[in-house]
Design a protein around this ligand. Structure first.
Ligand code: 5GP
Ligand code: MN
Length: 341
């Protein structure tokens, strides 16, 4: 098989070793730990996991996220430490970006907070990550950034507190669709077993992660279902959400998290897409593929986005129906070019 550009980038990316990263962490005193805008479980979990390990090592840690802590992850111990950037430049040695495919996806205010850092560490599992840190660890074979951190922490003997343990579990669980997606590996299950062995309460953490959604999320689902469209002989499913509906239902950004899995799960569907109009007027696109031959990351890149082969996203200017039309056109062509699974 011919190598794709992404493969070549993966190959030429010069990754630091775990021991080099551990040495870097030991040698410095103050850190700002960040992740991407609209943070999900892997973003927040990764911030808490590494941040708390650093605190246990006696370091000063600032936890910054452009959009702050979403309500659905506020059950994670220590998560109250994750704050929105207040506009000040933090006096820190090292800036750490976790689970964040591009530097701008950290957010403009978070970048201001990290301005004084002398060193940038970039740990991620997105294959589209260009390696924007001074020190990089990009492992696109890992299903979650949290799993990379687990291997870093355990192999280097860094502290594994209960905070770090629970945060890693939630990071990996949410990014693997509860340990179901194809990227889930032997190492993922062995990691989960080890975390349970170390005292993690599986029933409790899963109930908090998956069984306590606000009612408005179901109202959102109702609206999304009304907009559902199937095309390409049932291989492509999409739904959309106007900003006016978000205002009407008082939705929060995290309310739609994971709902795309419902249309991804339809028999015969190979690509699912969700189009959302943001308050800023931009359009956010979320895409999922069930066919490895249909690389939604490549589609996302055509619109300035990125992600993984089977899960990718875009944020772009335009109208909801305009962006939907353009993206569906590219997806339709991609689907038509490959045999169905
Ligand atoms: P989701 O659809 O869950 O928001 O994102 C799916 C994947 O694509 C995630 O790994 C996420 O980080 C990535 N992603 C989502 N939106 C964007 C975007 O606007 N730019 C880039 N580079 N990656 C994105
Ligand atoms: Mn992730």
């Amino acid at each position: 098989m011919l190598a794709t550009i992404a493969d070549i980038q993966d190959f030429t990316m010069s990754n630091a070793t775990f021991s080099e990263i551990a040495e870097l962490l030991r040698q410095h005193d103050s850190f700002v730990v960040m992740s991407h805008v609209r943070p999900d479980g892997d973003a927040i979990g990764s911030q808490l996991a590494l941040g708390h390990a650093l605190e246990e090592m006696g370091k000063t840690v600032h936890y910054i996220n452009e959009d702050g802590l979403p309500d659905n992850l506020a059950f994670l111990p220590h998560s109250e430490r994750i704050v929105k950037p207040a506009g000040e430049v933090l006096d820190v040695d090292v800036a750490i970006a976790l689970d964040c495919a591009t530097k701008p996806r950290l957010g403009a205010n978070a970048l201001v907070a990290a301005e004084k850092a002398k060193l940038w560490l970039n740990i991620d599992h997105h294959k589209s990550n260009p390696g924007y840190g001074d020190v990089n660890l990009i492992d696109s074979s890992s299903p979650a950034t949290g799993q990379i951190l687990y291997h870093l922490i355990t192999s280097e003997g860094l502290p594994m507190s209960a905070v770090t343990r629970d945060a890693i579990y939630v990071a990996v669980s949410t990014d693997t669709g509860s340990f179901q997606y194809s990227g889930t590996t032997v190492a993922t299950y062995e990691m989960a077993a080890d975390l349970v062995r170390q005292g993690l309460d599986v029933g409790d953490i899963n109930a908090k992660t998956y069984d306590s959604h606000p009612y408005r999320r179901v109202e959102l689902l109702r609206r999304l279902l009304n907009s559902l469209e199937m095309s390409e002989g049932g291989r492509l499913a999409d739904w959309k959400l106007a900003y006016a509906v978000q205002e009407e239902l008082s939705l929060k950004p995290e309310d739609s998290e994971g709902l795309i899995d419902m249309i991804r799960a339809i028999e015969g569907v190979e690509v699912a897409a969700f189009f959302e109009e943001l308050q800023t007027g931009e359009i956010r696109v979320s895409m999922r593929s069930k066919n490895p031959a249909i690389d939604v990351c490549e589609v996302a890149k055509q619109f300035g986005g990125g992600g993984h082969t089977m899960a990718a996203g875009i944020r772009t200017e335009g109208s909801l129906d305009g962006v939907r039309g353009e993206v569906l056109k590219v997806l339709t062509a991609q689907i038509a070019a490959v045999a169905s699974v």
